[in-house]
Design a protein around this ligand. Structure first.
Ligand code: V47
Ligand code: SF4
Length: 358
């Protein structure tokens, strides 16, 4: 292990890439503090002491979904208890609240609704842009974009152009899950393949929009599956440079149908965040999504290579339906205190990582 850690240290110091075998070995290494220190070093070179956050609001417009991923406690079928679809006026009211609270971003994703036409999404974007032009709309995962191609019969490039024309600003990173087909077949058999997720992300970047990338971890995947996932993201980022942030999402097991899955402990979460920082040398931002990690682990992650804490969120359903015990929202002062108490400098950013305030 000392050999491994010395090799990784030399590579970090010289700005060289980790290879897949080294990265797999790191997942098996018990020296969490050494891995974290190396990740912190790699992060400091890119971002110094700065930790970003934003003031945003999540809106999940519907939980009806024609896919029934076994890890998802959020989705419902028509007629199920708790199913909902927000009316356009409800969505506009939430956007107005977001503006009043100083938000710069609306983060909108939903289930694959069985009946809503593609025009609904275009109208939603146009109405939001008309009502709240100051909000950046980060919306729709690659999974939803693929669904829109099925609804319209149009290629994804056309779907992206229409969404962009209606006001879409960028894409969040959901739907990536874990690319390994054998695991995908168990946790999300109806979802698009990892290859299609990557293809759509590439089309998004070619259209001039930024997006994020996620990895759902702590269910049935192996360490090798995680490395495979990271490898494919690093390769695509080499081609496009269109990813802004990588967000490892810690699996929440309650109310899900993943057999035997227990969720993620703090050591695994911190190690996965740190290794992501070390391997993904072409991602400037590694985000600790406090909703899934819990506030304490998200704060400690700031000393393990992480430089972004996401946002104020306000109303979160996907993680909380699956048992996340984090709060529903944080205000700006709480986020800044968390960051300061980790010895870092909080910087409010907009969606495109421009400074809003320091
Ligand atoms: O794609 C679903 C995940 C994602 C569970 O881009 C679960 O800035 C844990 O992508 N346990 C949606 N995770 C959330 C997401 C996201 C969140 C914050 C910021 C950004 C960003 C993106 O949530 C889904 C899926 O991977 N998810 N169920 C669960 N039980
Ligand atoms: Fe539907 Fe997304 Fe939940 Fe899968 S993760 S069931 S696609 S809402």
């Amino acid at each position: 292990m000392d050999n491994l850690l010395n090799t990784v240290r030399a590579k970090v110091e010289q700005g060289e890439r980790l290879d897949d075998a080294e990265t797999l070995e790191l997942f098996g290494c018990d020296d969490l503090l050494a891995i974290g220190e190396l990740a912190a070093l790699a992060n400091a070179r890119l971002n110094g002491d700065t930790v970003y956050f934003n003031v945003n609001r999540h809106v999940n417009y519907t939980n009806l979904c024609v896919n029934r991923c076994t890890f998802c406690a959020f989705s419902r079928e028509a007629g199920d208890e708790g199913e909902y679809t927000l009316a356009l006026n409800d969505i506009l009211a939430k956007a107005a609240e977001a503006v009043a609270s100083g938000a710069t971003e609306l983060h909108m994703v939903g289930g694959l609704h069985p009946d809503l036409p593609f025009d609904f999404y275009l109208e939603m974007l146009a109405a939001l842009k008309a009502d709240a032009p100051q909000l950046h709309i980060k919306a729709f995962t690659a999974v939803e974009l693929d669904y829109f191609t099925q609804l319209t019969g149009q290629p994804v490039e056309v779907v992206i152009d229409e969404l962009k024309g209606a006001g879409l600003g960028s894409l969040p990173g959901g739907g990536a899950e874990i690319f390994a087909p054998a695991v995908r077949a168990k946790i999300c058999p109806e979802k698009i393949s990892g290859a299609r997720w990557l293809e759509i992300s590439e089309a998004v970047h070619r259209a001039g929009l930024k997006s994020n990338a996620t990895m759902l971890f702590g269910h049935l995947e192996s360490h090798a599956d995680r490395v495979d996932h990271l490898r494919q993201l690093r390769q695509l980022q080499d081609r496009t440079g269109g990813f802004q942030a990588f967000i490892p999402l810690a699996f929440q097991p309650d109310n899900t149908r993943v057999p035997g899955a227990k969720g993620v402990g703090g050591v695994d979460a911190l190690k996965t965040l740190a290794i992501s920082r070390l391997y993904l040398d072409n991602f400037r931002h590694i985000k600790a999504y406090w909703v899934m990690l819990g506030l304490k682990i998200a704060q400690v992650a700031l000393c393990f290579g992480v430089n972004d804490l996401d946002g104020t969120v306000v109303e979160e359903k996907i993680g909380h339906d699956a048992g996340a015990d984090s709060p529903q929202q944080l205000n700006k002062e709480q986020l800044m205190t968390l960051i300061r108490k980790a010895g870092k400098v909080p910087v409010e950013r907009d969606t495109l990582y421009r400074e809003v305030g320091r």
